[in-house]
Design a protein around this ligand. Structure first.
Ligand code: FMN
Length: 319
C-alpha cells in the first residue's frame, strides 16, 4: 500500500482534449487526489509570440484546485526562454519539456522529438536553466528516437546533467506516432541509464496494467496516462482503491463528467457548430466501449438535437 501511495500517476497532455475544462471536471468527478498532476498540451511560439490561447488556458480559473504542469515545445533557446517567462508570469513553478511530439511539421522544425538529435541545444538548455531559471522545476517527456528506438542515449546523457524532477518515456519512435510495438527493452535501458526518476507512458487502458508496469520495472517511479483517461476516466481511482467499478458506477460518473462539460460549453459557447466542435473529440477514445451505431451518429451529428439523441443511445459502456 505504501508503495502504491508513493507511485505517481499523471494525466498526459493531449492537444484538443486535456484542456482546462476537461481537467477541472475530471478532477471533480473522479476523486481529486488520484491523479498526481495534469499536464497542459504543449505551449508553443507562433509568429514570434507565445500563442495567446496557450496563455489564456494557463490562466484559466479552471486550473484552480488541481496540480497543473505546463508543458512547452521549443526549437531554440529563444523560444525556450519566451515560454518559461510566460509560465513564470502566470505564477507556476514547474514546467515540462516536450521531447516527444511526433508530428512531422514540429519534428522537421526541430521541436518535440526533433530535439532528441539537437545535443547542442540541450546543452544550452541545461546551462540556461542553471543560470536563469533556478526558480522553476523542470521535467521532460521524451520518445526513444525519431527513426530508431536507440537514438535516446546522447539526449539522456545531457538530461542527466539537468536537475529534473523526472523523465517520462513513451517507448516508441516518432515515426510510429501513437501505435505499433512498444520497445520495452529500450525502455528498461533508459531506466537503467537515467539519473532521474523515470515515468512510464504508453497504452495503459486498464488498472491492472499499472500493477504490471510496477512489477516488471520495480525502478519506475510512476506512469502517465493519456488516451486511457478518455476510454476509462475512472482508471486511476479504480487502481488506487484496488476495486474495479461495475458498469452502473462507471456509467453514473461518466454521465456526470460528460454533462458537466457539455453544460459548460452550452453556457459559454454560441451555436451548435462550436459546441459540437468541443464535444465530439471527447468521444474519440470511448468508441470501443459504446454502441457503434450511436457513436457514428455522434460523429456525424449536425445539431445539438441529433447529438443529444445519439448520446442518449451511447450511454451504455461495455468495458
Ligand atoms: C491527439 C494527441 C495529441 C497529443 N498532444 C500531446 C502534447 O501536447 N504533448 C505531449 O507531450 N504529448 C502529446 N500527446 C502524446 C500523449 O501525451 C501520450 O504520450 C501518448 O498518447 C501515449 O500515451 P497513451 O497511450 O497513454 O495515450 C498527444 C497524443 C495524441 C494522440
Amino acid at each position: 500500500m505504501e508503495e502504491k501511495n508513493s507511485f505517481m500517476i499523471f494525466s498526459a497532455p493531449i492537444q484538443g482534449l486535456t484542456d482546462p475544462v476537461w481537467r477541472h471536471f475530471h478532477h471533480q468527478v473522479y476523486g481529486g487526489g488520484s491523479v498526481a498532476a495534469y499536464h497542459t498540451p504543449f505551449m508553443r511560439v507562433e509568429r514570434g509570440e507565445v500563442r495567446r490561447r496557450d496563455v489564456r488556458d494557463l490562466k484559466s480559473e479552471f486550473n484552480q484546485g488541481l496540480t497543473l504542469v505546463p508543458q512547452i515545445i521549443f526549437r531554440d533557446i529563444k523560444e525556450f526562454r519566451m515560454l518559461c517567462d510566460e509560465i513564470r508570469i502566470a505564477g507556476y513553478s514547474v514546467a515540462d519539456m516536450n521531447m516527444g511530439c511526433p508530428f512531422p511539421p514540429q519534428v522537421h522544425h526541430g521541436r518535440g522529438a526533433g530535439i532528441l538529435g539537437n545535443i547542442e541545444l540541450l546543452r544550452e538548455v541545461s546551462a540556461v536553466i542553471t543560470a536563469e531559471y533556478g526558480d522553476l522545476s523542470f521535467s521532460a517527456k521524451m520518445r526513444l528516437g525519431v527513426e530508431c528506438p536507440d537514438e535516446w542515449r546522447d539526449a539522456l546523457a545531457v538530461l542527466n546533467t539537468i536537475p529534473l524532477r523526472h523523465v517520462t518515456v513513451h517507448p516508441r519512435t516518432a515515426r510510429q506516432q501513437y501505435s505499433g510495438d512498444l520497445f520495452m527493452d529500450e525502455f528498461a535501458m533508459v531506466l537503467g541509464a537515467s539519473a532521474h526518476p523515470v515515468i512510464y507512458n504508453g497504452d495503459i487502458v486498464r488498472p491492472e496494467q499499472i500493477d504490471e508496469v510496477m512489477s516488471a520495472y520495480p525502478g519506475v517511479a510512476g506512469v502517465m496516462i493519456g488516451r486511457g483517461l478518455f476510454s476509462r476516466p475512472s482508471i486511476v481511482e479504480e487502481w488506487r482503491n484496488g476495486v474495479e467499478w461495475d458498469l452502473d458506477k462507471k456509467m453514473e460518473a461518466f454521465v456526470r463528467l460528460h454533462n458537466s462539460i457539455y453544460s459548460h460549453y452550452c453556457d459559454t459557447l454560441c451555436g451548435d457548430v462550436q459546441i459540437l466542435g468541443k464535444m465530439k473529440p471527447f468521444w474519440e477514445y470511448m468508441a470501443p466501449n459504446v454502441d457503434r451505431k450511436a457513436y457514428k451518429d455522434i460523429k456525424k451529428a449536425s445539431s445539438l438535437r441529433k447529438y443529444d439523441d445519439a448520446v442518449g443511445r451511447c450511454m451504455r459502456i461495455n468495458h
